[in-house]
Design a protein around this ligand. Structure first.
Ligand code: ZN
Length: 201
């Protein structure tokens, strides 16, 4: 007799969620239990919302921002400064920067950060497409706005080395952001200041 009494489907959900970056066994269990404890209709609605998201949302073909259209609202906006690209790890970092209203350039979403531990290499990120954008467009400045973490810094310096001889200004946002902070969680004031006081490197 096997001592395992966990239902197979529940086990499968926990395993699949726990395999996502940032999730462990415990948080995967919590998510599964929370959904199972919801009134069934609400649980189904939640999953439907996920399905709708998967059907509608994809990366902007130019910058990688999550969007419902082929091009995101930033890339479509003719009023934006098309000579400046702000490089972020994830779309939600760009959404946070956008909320400050202080940035008028374009974005480039890497889709993560270099991480030897998670075996995420440059090939897994949208780095090649960034270099292409810089080469093919009249870009004057690239702002590296990866998170002020060990991995974010490593990613920024990797990109810096690829772009340093392209005749553009490369800067890093840093000011006021505590080391280890995550951009998307920073308050608007801190983010505004960090952008204002970006440092050329
Ligand atoms: Zn875009």
């Amino acid at each position: 007799m096997s001592g395992e009494i966990i239902p197979q489907t529940l086990k499968k959900v926990v395993e699949e969620v726990a395999s996502l970056p940032g999730y462990g066994e415990k948080s995967a269990q919590r998510l599964a239990v929370n959904i199972l404890n919801m009134p069934r209709g609400e649980g189904i609605q939640l999953i439907k919302t996920f399905l709708e998201m998967l059907e509608k949302i994809h990366p902007c073909k130019e910058c990688g921002l999550f969007t419902e259209d082929e091009l995101c609202p930033v890339c479509k906006d003719e009023e934006r400064d098309r000579q400046t690209i702000c490089v972020v790890e994830e779309s939600f970092d760009a959404f946070a920067i956008e909320r400050t209203g202080k940035y008028k350039g374009l974005y480039h979403v890497l889709g993560g950060r270099l991480s030897p531990l998670e075996e995420i290499t440059a090939e897994d990120l949208n780095i090649e497409s960034l270099v292409e954008r810089v080469e093919k467009n009249p870009i004057k400045e690239v702002i590296l706005a990866t998170n002020p973490t060990v991995e974010g810094e490593a990613t920024a310096s990797y990109i810096y080395n690829l772009l340093k001889n392209k005749g553009i200004t490369i800067s890093r946002i840093a000011y006021g952001l505590p080391f280890g902070a995550v951009l998307e969680n920073a308050d608007d004031f801190t983010l505004s200041k960090a952008l204002e006081h970006k440092i050329p490197i």
